[in-house]
Design a protein. Structure first.
Length: 119
C-alpha cells in the first residue's frame, strides 16, 4: 500500500487482531510498487468484525474442522480480473495441520466472494 509516512512510496504492514506493525523487510520487493496503490481509508470496511466473519466463511468453505486461517492479503484484483478491474480485495488463506492441504477465498470490500480455491 502507499506508505502514509512517505507518500509516493510503497510500504508493507503486518496485522493481527491486536496490532498493525510496519514490516521493514519486504519479502518480495519487486512486487512493492505503487502501480495499483490503496490507502488505509480504503480498507476501513475490514474492521475486526468483518475480518472475523470472512475468516469464518473461509473456514466453512475449506470443508474441514481442523483448518486455521494463516494469512490475509489485501491487494488490487490483478490476479483474478482484467487490468481495468480496480477492485480492492482481501484474500484469506487457510491450512490444515498437515501443512500441505489448504485453500483460499478472496472477497471484495463488501464481503462478496470473488474467487475460491478449496483443497
Amino acid at each position: 500500500m502507499e506508505d502514509p509516512q512517505k507518500p509516493g512510496s510503497a510500504a508493507e504492514f503486518d496485522f493481527d487482531a491486536d496490532s498493525i506493525t510496519r514490516d521493514d523487510f519486504m519479502a518480495m520487493p519487486m512486487d512493492a510498487t505503487l502501480e495499483r496503490p490503496f490507502t488505509m481509508a480504503e480498507i476501513a470496511p475490514l474492521d475486526a468484525a468483518m475480518l472475523e466473519t470472512l475468516a469464518g466463511k473461509t473456514l466453512e468453505r475449506m470443508g474441514g474442522d481442523d483448518f486455521t486461517v494463516n494469512r490475509y492479503t489485501i491487494s488490487r484484483s490483478i490476479l483474478f480480473m482484467t487490468p481495468d478491474d480496480d477492485r480492492l480485495l482481501v484474500e484469506i488463506r487457510a491450512d490444515a495441520p498437515d501443512g500441505w492441504t489448504g485453500g483460499r477465498v478472496t472477497y471484495d470490500m463488501t464481503g462478496a466472494e470473488v474467487d475460491v480455491v478449496t483443497p
